[in-house]
Design a protein around this ligand. Structure first.
Ligand SMILES: C[S@@+](CC[C@H](N)C(=O)[O-])C[C@H]1O[C@@H](n2cnc3c(N)ncnc32)[C@H](O)[C@@H]1O
Length: 124
């Protein structure tokens, strides 16, 4: 099923507790201006919601090519280490050789040799 909706609202208002084994968030908009940081999908509140929706042992998989968004993810992961443990990022089946996830965005910008960052947060 494909749903076109705001991801944070969907998780918050439409998802029951303990229903997901993996949540993929690949190349989310970085909202680089400081006054727009509140629009980033990963926030303290949304991380608690994502944690609520995952099974114990379930994974939140984050990938970005944006240095500052990666730092934001690192800060949030550290701040919520009580909720999630860090695990190695294993490429999904969609990824080809030498790819992280193999989405359109990754394939387009890999040609520009952008850096890619990936983390897996596992619900405790
Ligand atoms: C840079 S694209 C990456 C798309 C895809 N994940 C990929 O790797 O090719 C970012 C996508 O996130 C979507 N998006 C941005 N904010 C969103 C939100 N709050 N809820 C759901 N989708 C959102 C945009 O519409 C866009 O399709």
């Amino acid at each position: 099923m494909i749903l076109r909706a705001d991801g944070a609202q969907f998780i918050r208002f439409w998802c029951a507790d303990d229903v997901a084994s993996v949540i993929h968030l690949y190349f989310s908009d970085p909202w680089p201006k400081k006054r727009h940081h509140k629009r980033r999908l990963i926030q303290d509140s949304s991380l608690r919601e994502l944690h609520r929706v995952l099974h114990v042992g379930g994974e939140l998989r984050l990938v970005t090519d944006h240095d500052e968004l990666w730092a934001w993810y690192e800060e949030h992961a550290q701040r919520h280490a009580d909720l999630f443990g860090r695990q190695p990022f294993n490429p999904p089946e969609s990824a080809g050789p030498d790819e992280i996830v193999g989405t359109n965005f990754e394939r387009k910008y890999r040609r520009e040799a952008r850096p890619f960052y990936a983390m897996t947060l596992q619900k405790k």
